[in-house]
Design a protein around this ligand. Structure first.
Ligand SMILES: [Zn+2]
Ligand SMILES: [Zn+2]
Length: 162
């Protein structure tokens, strides 16, 4: 079977031809790069969506994956804008995921908010606020007494030391 070549209706002039072949080359290169990134992922190498650096995904704590793949270094810049775009439920889920990832791999600590006391932040690298899991953010336990885990604030501060 012969493929149909040119139906004589193509309006492509010489100038457009140069443009379109350049476009073709660029999109082919782009396609090849995406193939390579896919192949690297199979080998366990993934790319940070923010700084475009490559990381071995088996390396503990190198990459955080939540819709997007983000390296540890890019988290402080990425998290505020990313979390703002999420709905309440998705944000709480992402918060919990990030909080436990930071605790597992980056020595993050849970800091209780003490009412009337300004939190010590001099030693903090990155920090985020997450809903208290114990009282589901209400600050109160079932019996109506103040949640001891978050001191009644309903939120916890997750702090990664510098
Ligand atoms: Zn990065
Ligand atoms: Zn609580």
């Amino acid at each position: 079977m012969q493929p149909e070549l040119g139906n004589g209706l193509s309006p492509t002039g010489r100038h457009d031809l140069a443009d379109s072949s350049l476009f073709e080359i660029v999109s082919r290169v782009e396609h090849d790069i995406n193939d390579l990134i896919g192949a690297l992922a199979l080998l366990g190498v993934k790319r940070c969506s923010q700084c475009k650096s490559f990381f071995r995904s088996a390396e503990p704590g190198a990459l955080f994956e939540c819709e997007q793949t983000v390296c540890y270094k890019c988290i402080p810049e990425w998290w505020p804008s990313f979390s703002m775009r999420l709905g309440v439920n998705d944000r709480e889920r992402a918060e919990g995921k990030l909080a436990s990832w930071l605790r597992k791999y980056h020595r993050a600590e849970v800091v209780r908010e003490t009412p009337g006391k300004v939190p010590e932040t001099a030693n903090a690298g990155f920090q985020m606020i997450s809903k208290c899991i114990e009282c589901a953010g209400s600050g109160k336990l079932m019996e109506g007494e103040r949640c001891r885990f978050c001191n009644g604030a309903g939120t916890l501060r997750i702090v990664v030391p510098k």
